[in-house]
Design a protein around this ligand. Structure first.
Ligand SMILES: [Zn+2]
Ligand SMILES: [Zn+2]
Length: 423
């Protein structure tokens, strides 16, 4: 893996996509991570089919949105979480089919509501002046206070049968899965956007079947064991790294359109079939077989990875585990260049780009005081961890599993109580 050149960033069929990684068919995007089919999107993670969105996280099929998380089919929605089919909603949480709402929680098909109070159109428009008179952080903290008063559903599962997890949709028999849809008979999958069947232990998978342990795998793939990136029709690949459209590989890296290779060397079908079981036997005896690549193989420092997003550790904790930690490289001190600001949180300098300045101007938004990394961290912190705790429904008393930890103050209810009208 160290000899074969690695892709500096993963972007397929992209056009004018700067500082972005894990992208597919994106156009005019900047600092966009793990996102597909987006146009004019900036500073986002996990965006799909979206246009002109900034600072969004886990958003699909949306346009002109800002500081939005876990939302779908939205237009012109800002500073909100868990919205679906909404437009012109601000500082809101868990709305469906709503328009022109501010500071609202748990509404369905409503318009002109101000902190859940129904107003007439004129009254609502007059109130909008208040909105601009205050700093966004004022409304964000007001919403946060109100979130403490309502019941939250234990996990977000939509159209799922016999499943455990959070933010999953259209799944059947998927256990301990998160931020995924279209899973069947699978377990321990995170970030799996569709068509995954009979798979275990994946972070980033799509169109994948009968596979075990991997990162960014599929599109499509079948029978893939212990793979670090395997794409576009890989099948029967064991312990691979960045292989494309290849079958019957063992311990190969960076192989394309090949069959029957071991440690990147070509063999005949017969020899491969004779050698592969012998290697497995040897690895089993030495205790190497059956586990993913050890962490010492990692190309990146811990604090550069998704792991740090989900399980943040400080330098000391990382080094104590014998892992790599990357020292911050950003420039600190007073910015000297035009359009460069100093982050209010970490003190690093960050650059404002044309598109974002236009966006803030067009939408009457203040420029952010924090750098893109710190903004991302805040959005990530709003989401619950990939962990389930035993809780009791606060309404009917049923035992449930929830991503809200037992000691958290929020009131939690089960799926049925949520659907029968939580608020
Ligand atoms: Zn910062
Ligand atoms: Zn209940």
């Amino acid at each position: 893996m160290k000899v074969v050149p690695q892709l500096f960033m993963v972007n397929a069929l992209g056009e004018n996509v700067d500082y972005s990684n894990y992208g597919y068919r994106n156009k005019n995007c900047y600092l966009l991570i793990s996102s597909d089919d987006c146009e004019d999107c900036y500073f986002g993670n996990y965006l799909w089919n979206s246009k002109n969105c900034m600072d969004c996280l886990y958003v699909t099929n949306s346009q002109v949105c800002y500081e939005l998380t876990d939302s779908h089919n939205c237009y012109h929605c800002f500073y909100s979480d868990e919205l679906e089919n909404c437009n012109d909603c601000f500082f809101s949480y868990d709305l469906k089919g709503c328009q022109n709402c501010v500071g609202c929680i748990g509404l369905r098909h409503k318009s002109y509501c101000w902190f859940n109070e129904q107003l007439l159109e004129e009254g609502f428009k007059a109130k909008l002046k208040d909105l601009n008179a205050n700093d966004p952080s004022h409304w964000v903290s007001k919403l946060k206070e109100r979130k403490g008063d309502v019941f939250h559903r234990s996990t977000t599962t939509v159209n799922c049968e016999d499943c455990l997890g959070d933010h999953i949709k259209d799944c059947k028999n998927a256990k301990f899965c998160f931020d995924s849809y279209g899973l069947e008979d699978s377990k321990f999958i995170v970030n799996g956007p569709g068509q995954i069947k009979n798979c275990y232990d994946f972070c980033g998978a799509k169109e994948l079947e009968a596979s075990y342990q991997g990162i960014s795998t599929g599109g499509p793939g079948i029978n893939l064991l212990f793979n670090n990136h395997a794409w576009s029709g890989c099948a029967n690949v064991i312990y691979g790294s960045f292989n494309v459209a290849s079958q019957y590989l063992f311990g190969c890296a960076g192989v394309r359109h090949k069959k029957y290779c071991i440690l990147n060397k070509q063999y005949s079908k017969e020899v491969y079939e004779e050698l592969a079981p012998k290697i497995i036997e040897h690895m089993s005896a030495s205790g190497e077989w059956g586990e993913f690549f050890p962490i010492r193989f990692a190309f990146f420092h811990y604090n550069e990875t998704l792991a740090n997003d989900l399980f943040p550790l400080d330098k000391e904790a990382v080094l104590k585990r014998g892992w790599k930690f990357r020292e911050e490289e950003g420039v600190k001190g007073a910015p000297v260049q035009e359009r460069v600001k100093k982050c209010a949180d970490c003190g690093k300098n960050y650059k404002m780009i044309d598109h974002e300045l236009h966006f803030y101007q067009n939408e009457g938004l203040a420029q952010p005081e924090k750098c893109p990394d710190c903004r991302h961290k805040i959005r990530m912190n709003k989401r619950n961890p990939y962990k389930l705790w035993k809780r009791q429904c606060g309404k009917c008393g049923t035992e449930i599993l929830s991503t809200y930890a037992s000691q958290r103050p929020e009131k939690i209810c089960c799926q049925q109580c949520y659907l029968s009208g939580t608020y």
